[in-house]
Design a protein around this ligand. Structure first.
Ligand SMILES: Cc1ncc(COP(=O)(O)O)c(C=O)c1O
Length: 391
C-alpha cells in the first residue's frame, strides 16, 4: 500500500466516525483541574473530571510535587529494575501496602499499565480468565493479552454472580482468575464483591479487583471498595488502584501477597519495560495519601452532593442509573441526543461529557456526571435545574 492510499483509507475511516457522530474532540483547559475550568476564556462548572476529592489542584500536594522535583530531579532515568527505583518510590509502595492492608504493593505509571501487567502475568496456557462484560477497556486489553498467551477467556454478564459460578464450576483450568471492576467506570455501580470473593474461595480462584473509582472514595478513611465491604486483604486478591482519580496525581498500584507482588515485579512486562514515574510524583502521592486518610470531611461532602444530585434528578424523563458513587450516569440513548444535551449544558457553562459507543454499549449513550467533594450545594443545584429544563 502506498502512503497515499493509506492516507485515503485513514481519511475515509475518520469521515465514517464523523458521520456516525463518534468523533472525539479534546477541549484545552486554560486552568488547573478543579470545580471550575476555563476553556477558550469561558468559565464552566466542571462535572467531567475523576477528581472525586478535589485533590488535583490541591496546593499542599502541588508543593510536595515541587519540593520532590527540587530534591529528586525531574525524572527517574530508567525502569524500576534497572536504575529508576528511587527512595520515594520505595517509600510510597510501603505506604500503599500499609494503607490498603496488603503485605506488599507495586507502583505503576498508569492504571492502564497496571492492568496490562496483572491478568497476562497470572493467566497463561492452561489457565482461565473470567471477566465481567462491563470491565474497563484496560482490563479487556489485558484479557486479550492473556488470551494471546494461551489462556481461556470467558466473559459473564454484568454483575451476574450466578453466571460466573456456572463458568467456574464448568472450568477445568489449572488456575482460575476472576477479573472485575469494583466500581464500574461508566455505570458507577459496585460489583457484588462479597459474593464474588466467596466464589473465588469456593473455586480456588484468584480475584483481580480494579478499584480505580473506589480508592480514596469508599470505605473508612477512603481505603476503597474492599474496606467498604469489610473484605479481608486475602492472599487470593490482587487489588489495583489508580492514583490519578481521587488521589489527584497520577499512576497506580497493585497490592497483594508478598509472593504475588514479587512475581508481578519479576514477570509483569508493563512493569518491567517502561521508565519509572518521576520520583516527585511519589512525593506528591505520599502527601495525597495522608490527605485521603484524614479526608472524612471531604468524603462526607462528596456523599452529600451525590445525594443532592440524585434527589434533584428523581422524576426526570431520562434514566439516572442506580449508582451510589461519584459517577452518576444519565442515560440518553442515541449518540446525537447525548451530544446535543451535553452541548446545551455547555452553553449554560456546565461541563458534563457525553459518553458514546464504543465506550458504552450501543443505544446507551449517556451523560457521565462526575461529582466531586469540591462541588458546592449551589453547583449541584445549578446542574439539576439546567437538566430539568433541558431533559
Ligand atoms: C476502571 C478503570 N481502570 C483503569 C483505568 C486506567 O487508569 P489510568 O487512567 O491511571 O491509566 C481507568 C481510568 O481511566 C478506569 O476507569
Amino acid at each position: 500500500m502506498t502512503s497515499r492510499s493509506l492516507e485515503d483509507r485513514l481519511a475515509s475511516e475518520l469521515a465514517d466516525l464523523e458521520t456516525a457522530g463518534l468523533t472525539r474532540r479534546r477541549r484545552v483547559l486554560e486552568s488547573p483541574c478543579g470545580r471550575l475550568a476555563t476553556v477558550d476564556g469561558k468559565n464552566v462548572l466542571n462535572f467531567a473530571a475523576n477528581d472525586y476529592l478535589g485533590l488535583a489542584g490541591n496546593a499542599e500536594i502541588a508543593r510536595a510535587l515541587a519540593d520532590g522535583a527540587l530534591h529528586w530531579g525531574a525524572g527517574a532515568g530508567a525502569s524500576h529494575l534497572v536504575s529508576g527505583h528511587l527512595a520515594p518510590h520505595e517509600a510510597l509502595e510501603k505506604e500503599i501496602a500499609t494503607f490498603t492492608g496488603f503485605p506488599r504493593a507495586l507502583t505503576f505509571s498508569t492504571g492502564y499499565l497496571a492492568n496490562l501487567a496483572v491478568t497476562p502475568t497470572f493467566a497463561g496456557r492452561g489457565d482461565a480468565v473470567f471477566a465481567d462484560k462491563l470491565n474497563h477497556a484496560s482490563l479487556i486489553d489485558a484479557m486479550q493479552l492473556a488470551k494471546a498467551n494461551g489462556a481461556d477467556v470467558q466473559r459473564y454478564a454484568h454483575n451476574d454472580v450466578a453466571a460466573l459460578e456456572k463458568l467456574l464450576a464448568a472450568s477445568t483450568a489449572k488456575h482460575k482468575l476472576i477479573v472485575t471492576d469494583a466500581v464500574f467506570s461508566m455505570d458507577g455501580d459496585l460489583a457484588p464483591l462479597p459474593l464474588i470473593f466467596a466464589l473465588a474461595e469456593r473455586y480456588d480462584a484468584w480475584l483481580v479487583i480494579d478499584d480505580a473509582h473506589g480508592f480514596g472514595v469508599l470505605g473508612p478513611h477512603g481505603r476503597g471498595s474492599l474496606a467498604h465491604f469489610n473484605l479481608p486483604a486475602s492472599p487470593r486478591i490482587l487489588l489495583m488502584g489508580t492514583l490519578g482519580k481521587a488521589a489527584g496525581v497520577g499512576g497506580a498500584f497493585v497490592a497483594g501477597s508478598e509472593t504475588a507482588i514479587e512475581y508481578l515485579l519479576q514477570k509483569g512486562r508493563s512493569y518491567i519495560f517502561t521508565t519509572a514515574q518521576p520520583p516527585a510524583i511519589a512525593c506528591a502521592l505520599a502527601k495525597s495519601l495522608s490527605i485521603i486518610e484524614n479526608g472524612d470531611a471531604l468524603r462526607a461532602n462528596l456523599m452529600a452532593r451525590i445525594g443532592q444530585l440524585r434527589d434533584g434528578l428523581a422524576g426526570l424523563p431520562l434514566q439516572l442509573l442506580p449508582s451510589p458513587t461519584a459517577i452518576q450516569p444519565l442515560i440518553v440513548g442515541e449518540n446525537d441526543a447525548a451530544v446535543a444535551l451535553a452541548k446545551a449544558l455547555w452553553e449554560r457553562n456546565l461541563w458534563v461529557p457525553a459518553i458514546r459507543p464504543p465506550t458504552v454499549p450501543k443505544g446507551t449513550a449517556r451523560l457521565r456526571i462526575s461529582v466531586s467533594a469540591a462541588h458546592t450545594e449551589a453547583d449541584i443545584a445549578q446542574l439539576v435545574s439546567a437538566l430539568k429544563e433541558l431533559a
